[in-house]
Design a protein around this ligand. Structure first.
Ligand code: SF4
Length: 487
């Protein structure tokens, strides 16, 4: 075979020459009998299929010729092919009638050089300092951002890691993003912090330990929620938390319940009554602190302010996973004893109110660039249409949040996108499905490629530029297919 037998793929800037029967550098396109085809099937979401009832192939052997009406099926961009090099209409522009109104959905796999993931890890544990570098296979792929309510946020990817560093950094970043978006487990290390395994929709594994629970709230909130449950059963309760440690006898909730002073003294920085910051250093111990013995956060007890021999105290973490029961001896030193049976339900209630710890992965990408040419001859009109809410954007049929302000920056929960919907090309860049849905009259008004609009039956019957390989999946549970006017 010589080079003249090869066919050039122009679906991304790499422009592979692909020999007959071979795939290109991304494994997403191949040369089949001298024609470039898309290796993955065009994915159609079908309301009528039961969960798990995937039909492959969708076309020819299985399609019974039924005419689809309304919102019954939705052609996603998964497997559709791309608009690149962006001078041509999107691979599929599908018309459908919903409640008497004509809509079109413009369907394309977009190449995102500007994209990343925002990750929320439900944990109290200290994963690493804010702004610390996050690595995958030794390469910098992102950083630790803010700690939120019971969760630590990471920001991965972005143009600086994809294209602004070394070739290896870009390649490793791109691969990590693709794996995360495809709901696979990815190991990340944080400089000066933990090693974590992140998998969308699954519990994080932190330094080899599976995280089980997300805290019920901060220490102060826990006191507020459960103070009345403890009243009459114990003389003092301390909820140990790296952010805000709560002390019931001093807390406003305790005051309302007429809780008596206990003479306790906490070593942290007092914020407001019964709320203390910085009782210890952040870490992997009780309530996201570095302590394993909660008594180290206590100073000497004050007999003039209520401390007395026999006074009882419960110390508990914000997930209820750690707890201890103490009784003051004659010298006002707390001595650990077994948790009284009547207090057990209160600790179990904290645990019961702690939700399962999960990793959330949101894909974030900028769709305001040249891919808009696949939708309209005047790209800024699409941006305006999106900003005016005339155009709804989805990602593999999953709703996309559009950031306010300029451009089209979208965010999508990857667990709502069909499995393995994300790909990559070696430039490096992520390839993600994107669909724009709007009313047909609005589509014409923004200069859309009206000549390229096709009805669904035609697409099912003959496929598109990259072949006719299709499959149908059930839609994501509880989700409707997007169209403007729908919340
Ligand atoms: S990397 Fe993939 S999309 Fe890009 S030219 Fe090669 S085969 Fe086509």
């Amino acid at each position: 075979m010589n080079d003249t037998d090869k066919v050039r793929c122009d679906a991304c800037p790499v422009m592979c020459y692909i020999a007959e029967g071979q795939a290109g550098a991304c494994d997403r396109y191949a040369n089949e009998k001298g024609r470039i085809i898309r290796c993955d099937p065009l994915t159609i979401l079908d309301h009528t299929l039961a969960a798990g009832g995937e039909v492959v192939p969708f076309l020819k052997s299985d399609w019974d010729g039924r005419v689809f009406k309304g919102n019954e099926v939705f052609v996603t961009a998964v497997g559709a092919g791309t608009t690149y090099p962006d001078y041509k209409p999107a691979p599929f522009i599908v018309s459908r009638e919903i409640d008497g109104t004509d809509f079109v959905t413009v369907v394309s796999e977009a190449i995102f050089s500007y994209c990343g993931t925002k990750i929320k890890i439900d944990t109290d544990r200290h994963l690493g300092p804010e702004t610390a570098t996050v690595r995958h296979e030794g390469e910098a792929v992102g950083h630790v951002t803010t700690g939120e309510y019971g969760s630590q946020m990471l920001s991965l990817g972005g143009v600086d890691h994809l294209t602004g560093g070394s070739k290896k950094e870009g390649r490793v970043t791109c691969n990590a993003l693709m794996q995360l978006c495809n709901k696979r487990a990815v190991e990340l290390t944080i400089d000066g912090g933990s090693r974590i395994v992140v998998e969308a929709g699954k519990a994080p594994v932190i330094d080899g330990k599976l995280e089980r629970r997300m805290r019920v709230g901060c220490g102060s909130a826990t006191i507020g929620m459960f103070a009345s449950q403890w009243k009459g059963l114990v003389d003092e309760v301390v909820v140990v938390d790296d952010h805000i440690t709560g002390v019931v006898s001093e807390h406003q909730a305790g005051k309302v319940l007429d809780w008596q002073p206990s003479g306790i003294k906490i070593k942290g920085r007092r914020s407001t009554p019964g709320r203390y910051f910085q009782v210890a250093k952040p870490g992997l111990g009780w309530g996201g602190t570095d302590i394993e013995d909660p008594l180290v956060i206590l100073d000497l007890w004050n007999g003039k302010k209520g401390a007395k021999p026999g006074l009882t105290m419960l110390m508990v973490s914000t997930t209820g996973e750690q707890y201890g029961y103490y009784v003051l001896d004659k010298a006002l030193v707390p001595r650990r004893q077994d948790l009284p049976v009547e207090l057990k339900p209160t600790v179990e209630l904290i645990a019961e109110n702690s939700e399962p710890a999960l990793c959330t992965v949101l894909f974030i990408g900028g769709a305001g660039g040249s891919l808009r040419s696949g939708v309209t001859k005047n790209p800024v009109k699409l941006t305006r249409s999106v900003q005016q809410l005339h155009t709804r954007i989805s990602c593999g049929g999953a709703p996309a949040y559009v950031w306010p302000g300029g451009g089209i920056t979208i965010m999508t929960d990857v667990t709502e996108v069909p499995d393995n919907s994300f790909g990559s090309v070696p430039t490096p860049a992520i390839v993600a499905p994107i669909e724009f849905t709007l009313r047909r009259d609005n589509y014409r008004a923004l200069g859309g490629h009206d000549d390229a609009v096709r009805v669904l039956a035609d697409i099912l019957g003959s496929g598109g530029e990259y072949g006719d390989y299709m499959r149908a999946l059930h839609r994501p549970a509880g989700k409707d297919f997007p169209h403007p006017g729908q919340d």
